[in-house]
Write a protein that binds this ligand. Sequence first.
Ligand SMILES: [Fe+2]
Length: 293
Amino acid sequence: MALRQLGYLLFSSADVAGWQKLAEEVIGLAPADAGGGALYLKMDERDFRIAVVPGTSERLIASGWEVANQAEFEELRESLARNDVTLHQGSQEECTLRKVREFVWFDDPDGNRMEIYWSFVAAFLPFTPPRGIAASFATDAVGLGHVVLPVTDISAAQTFHERMLGFALSDTIKMQFGPGMVDVNFNHCQNIRQHSLALAGMPAPNGCVHFCLEMNSLKEIGMALDRVQDAGHPLVLTLGQHVNDDCISFYFLSPHGFMIEIGYGGVTKDWSRHSVFETTRPSHWGHRFVLNS
Ligand SMILES: [Fe+2]
């Protein structure tokens, strides 16, 4: 039972055109050929990593988690069913939308929709950044980045995700965020990325505290930071470097209500040598909270 990577994020939006503009002009994601009824945003050889479907609200619908093959998929599905998780089999139409062979979905205890799939479907066309933007992303076998999901009872949520899906704790923090203190648990799956799923004890009405995309150079995130500011999107946290994974990143608020983190240089891990730790500060430097200031 092993999740390999965060394969995709699926959003709904009342402003799909706005999403495309943000992705194409600011972040540097390439809109891919439609087909399946979604805006597909490409950041590597896969057909997409982020899909946005038209809807009435701005929301993360689901995070999509990849297993290696059908045998592992069926093993995990049986394990979830044995543990009384209410499973929903993805229909053919839903598989087509996600460009996967087969998936199941269920809600975690906080209503975060998790989708487990095997066999993504892709043309393996190279990623070409749009509009001459210098952008490339660290993905491949480490997934698209990380997603931070809102939870109410962090210890119950942690137990669920460990026992049901095999996530493993990387590190924890109790940190100041805005006016309050927030517990965050950082979890990894079966790859060398320091965390792919974080659970944060704070509300996020749109279903996502933030998600992070990792670029391949400091120059690229520096240029992305300029594009964010030139486009007038508010920064939430200034450029800084995290303690837990050494990632250099900044956070901004998208017009769709999500915080988006753009990072570079996160550590890669040999999990056989890792011990879980707690950090007492989120960042070596920077990451000053500036929203509304
Ligand atoms: Fe993050």
